[in-house]
Design a protein around this ligand. Structure first.
Ligand SMILES: O=C(O)CCC(=O)C(=O)O
Length: 279
């Protein structure tokens, strides 16, 4: 008889993030999910090449991933991920970024960065966003797996007060997030990391979804990036993640009404509906 699957250990994952800044979910995606993810992405890869050293000149990204296939809707609102995020972010948190990242052969390592660094609030502080990075291919040190500095989520604005804050000193602390295809890790937005260099002759495909506090500005503007008729067909949970909800009492309202109304068929924005010139 098959051993029953172990229940998902939310507390364990939350404790690991609090302590080290990240946690790994090894069996996040099964073989069917991985196949679907690859098939859904295939038509889009190649359309966008990195334009700077942050995006990576030899890296291909597919933005607005959440709307590129049903599998990405499910991965974005995966109950295991949301159970972890519920413990770090206020109710009504938002999807702030959603993209696949294919690091191609010859790509160099990214600059070290944090994912919530553009919220210019003094550190140390709680994370304003949380990041998920999923491995669609195996992530290895050779093919450019993400590299993370454990514990850096607790640092202040100028790094660890007990260590020199030089590039060499920081690089010496990097840990490669080697993981098999199907695994993902969840990381505090305050944790220093970078995409690694790909020294193999094959691409490394992964994806990232990032989620921010419900009062934060999102990196991607999903209201403009996802046509309303597509958003209308998504689950209510996903609609909330995309901003079709309010942060009480009324952040996110649309001309005084709940933003989900704007998804109803035939909805006409009040600036148009109430325009005396409309006749
Ligand atoms: O692809 C990766 O492993 C990490 C990429 C990353 O950190 C980013 O682009 O912000």
């Amino acid at each position: 008889m098959d051993k029953p699957a172990a229940p998902f250990d939310v507390d364990g994952h939350v404790a690991a993030i609090r302590e080290r800044g990240f946690t790994v979910i090894r069996d996040f995606m099964d073989a069917d999910t991985l196949r679907e993810a690859r098939e859904s992405l295939a038509p889009f890869i190649g359309a966008h090449h990195g334009r700077n050293s942050f995006e990576g000149y030899r890296t291909e990204r597919v933005y607005t991933l959440v709307a590129r296939g049903r599998v990405f809707e499910d991965l974005t609102a995966d109950p295991r991920i949301l159970a972890i995020l519920d413990r770090f972010l206020q109710p009504g948190y938002l999807l702030t970024a959603s993209q696949s990242i294919q690091i191609n052969p010859g790509e160099t390592a990214q600059d070290l960065h944090t994912d919530d660094g553009f919220y210019r609030q003094p550190r140390p502080r709680p994370a304003i966003s949380m990041t998920v990075i999923g491995a669609i291919d195996d992530f290895t040190q050779a093919n450019g797996c993400t590299e993370v500095i454990p514990g850096s989520h607790l640092w202040g604005d100028f790094g660890d007060p007990d260590r020199p804050n030089t590039q060499d000193a920081l690089e010496a602390l990097l840990v490669p997030m080697e993981m098999p295809a199907g695994a993902c890790f969840v990381m505090a937005g305050t944790c220093l990391h970078r995409g690694g260099a790909n020294r193999t002759d094959r691409p490394r495909l992964g994806f990232t979804n990032q989620y921010c506090e419900p009062w934060g500005r999102t990196q991607e503007n999903f209201f403009l990036g996802i046509p309303p008729e597509r958003a209308r067909a998504m689950s209510p949970r996903l609609q909330t993640l995309l901003g079709y909800d309010i942060h009480p009492p009324f952040m996110g309202m649309v001309s005084s009404v709940h933003p989900r109304k704007a998804l109803e068929p035939g909805w006409i924005p009040p600036v148009v509906a109430q325009d005396p010139a409309r006749g």
